[in-house]
Design a protein around this ligand. Sequence first.
Ligand code: GLC
Length: 568
Amino acid sequence: MTTHPQIPPQDTDGPGPWWREAVLYQIYPRSFADSNGDGIGDLRGIISRLDHLRDGTPSSLGVDALWLSPFYPSPQADFGYDISDYQDVDPVYGTLADFDELVVEAHRRGLRVVVDLVMNHTSTEHPWFTESRSSRANPKRNWYIWADPAPDGGPPNNWLSAFEKCGPAWTLDPATGQYYLHSFTPGQPDLNWREPAVREAMRKVWRFWLDRGVDGFRADVAHRLLKDERLRDNPPELAPARRHVSVPGMRQRQLDLPEVHDVLRELREVLDSYPGLDGSLAEGRFVLGEVPISDDSRLADYFGGEGMHTVFHIAFWEQPWEGAAFRRTVDGLLAAMRPGSWPTYALATHDISRTVSRFGGWGPARAAAVIMLTLPGTPCVYYGEEIGMADAPPPAGLERDVDGRDGQRTPMQWDASGKGFGTGTPWLAPGPDAGRANVEAQRDDSESMLGLYRRLIRYRGGSAALRRGGYRSLDSSGDSYVYLRQAAGELLLVAVNFRHVPAQVEITGVDLPAAGRIELSTHAGRAGATVPLGPLALGPLEAVVVRLADGVPTDPGATAAPSKGPAA
Ligand code: GLC
């Protein structure tokens, strides 16, 4: 019997590819560290703060790779996700030389560098689009998606921009009398991936960054690259939907088309031809997809095969703070995944409200960190999550983002004064929680949020069970989420109490030992204690990692009745 019907353990004799073993860290360059006092973060600022991420000592966070949100030249209509030159650095963030230095400095510390690949659209200011819009006969006309107005002069079909404020996904270009498609802001025209010259041009972009030494890509909205060739209306049920494939068995006609996978396979082929940091193809480069669709069975097509290596799972972004919801979403994904697939988890991103704000404070955020860092999959920590930053939306009238995401993009809180970010007036004001949620205040406190993240990342690094072992969720009483992780000689139980009051958690349907040793807890003074497991006493919002067995290759499946099948 396997440890989990959906995810058998990886080979526990040796490590998997680096990106499976890694903890990722997302940097939003605009908001991480500002080296020149203009109020906007930049690449040199990032270089100056790399030691926070990994300096080889237990006092740094200890992550393994950075994912940098876009730093390319951009009019910033969508803060860098509108690119006007794929092969340069926006002067506000620095120069290509700064980027090269960042890669060298990161690699020197053992940190991989992953850059954002925004392939669905460019900026309207990209020279490709300037040419394309110049006339219907321009050779680059077909690089974008142009269509005649509907008979009433309106947009060619009923597709909507993903951003509510932007309305329809079409804007009329009066000069040539046609509409162009933009799945996001009107400043982000969608490329036409059916045009071979676009594919060729983008292959050059991939190679440009791979040649510069990046270790991988995060593929922005990878499911959107191709659209219905005939530009047919979405069916009425889906017409109001902006993002998701929201009706079972039905998909929006401008996203999640089967042809998308051809592009992703091409990308994969290029990636696979590049050796990794150690010079071998086996340790090569990787691509992590952003595929925000809520149907796990569709998501499963995007990774683990010939396409992308891994994708973000959106589960944690949409669910309530409930043990059953966490269990259902994790088990649902694992059940849907192809054998050998590997998910990536993030609690927050530049698009998603921060954990402290979404789940209601530091208590849930601490427990959520334990979950993310003990699940099978690659965890990705969004900057500032490790110090418990909350969303800090600007006051009305001072919003910068078109889609209400400023709150989760405020400057990294290095200290209470804000000067640690930079000396200028920051582009967004730091949060009112800066007095407590800052690196300086937490650095020397092992029980702080930062201390917890450091401990978790270090513990994960030393545990084959957590990094690549089997997973099986267990039935448990109350509002809790309990699971086993196992590798040869290592059997761990992770248990989380989702309530603000203490809980006696009964774990059923499995034959557990009478007691285990707490290795790590969100709560001070608990690590090292041997605790009875029937029931397991947990404090309010406590999450624990309990060692059940050392040295014995116990298969949780072998001692347990089969778990309930994961919910669909
Ligand atoms: C992705 C990015 C988001 C951006 C959008 C358009 O969802 O994460 O920030 O607005 O794509 O590029």
